[in-house]
Design a protein around this ligand. Sequence first.
Ligand code: CP
Length: 315
Amino acid sequence: MRDVIAAPVRRSGHLASSRDLDRTTIDDLLPRAGRMATHPGEAAHRLQGKILATLFYEPSTRTRFSFESAMLRLGGQVLSAADAMSESSAAKGETLEDTVRVVAEYVDGIVLRHPEKGAARRAAGASRVPVINAGDGAGEHPTQALLDLFTIQQELGRLDHLRVGLAGDLRHGRTVRSLGLLLAHFPGTELILIAPPELQLEADVRDQLREAGVTLRDEPDLGEAIGELDVLYQTRIQRERFTSPAAYERVRGICVVDPVMMRRLPPGAILMHPLPRLDEIAPAVDADPRAAYFRQARNGLPVRMAILDWLLGPA
Ligand code: CP
């Protein structure tokens, strides 16, 4: 078997967007993540002597813990600001750029979550070490997208000619934006955009997807689309991104997957969700073998190990 841990992977400076991942890099990172999953001990010293900072200006469970666990499992160490908005000098009014410029002097890489779209790219411009976007407002979440690709490949055995339903809050959901951009690298991708008009995917990503040859279809009714999908990617309505509670209440609960809806999902299809979920997937669905979302969350660890090794590891 090829030693994918030691295999050279082309390295870029930062991972601010799915646009920073070309097909060659994706094709290197996915098997590298697979090897991390099956042989984690092989990589136990890859990042020995390196330090990762996790700067989180928004809450997180999966992304922060899996990045920190990944760094520790690679032999590195972690400095963490789990609530950087109140516990770093941001609370005194320091700019993101100044904070990142200084933290970059102490560490070898920075994982950043921030409420503002574009924050990761701004931070990358101020940093002398790699910046990894762990979610920038309604912008992107590229490492989630990579673990989503990994999950689809593991579950379905392929990434080409897939009909993927992206459901829920496509306007504010950064995971669907990043996932769409990665799926665009694979031939025959069809995306069914399952959302009411006020929560539909924005034009910037649509234009890029169409240019890349992705077939897009808007479908406001989940029940109409679900029977023809290979993957249903459900998302949470992002309450924190709405301008008023009333605007959120108008769309809350518009798209729910329950056991009755699951009867219409094809037997060979899977149900994914980046998590956390609220009421958009009923807990009664969890026992269905097609419910892949907790396996998906588990995949965050080897995928983030592969990403850290790519950006911070020996060349
Ligand atoms: N999927 C995801 O980003 O989860 P967290 O917000 O818990 O990190």
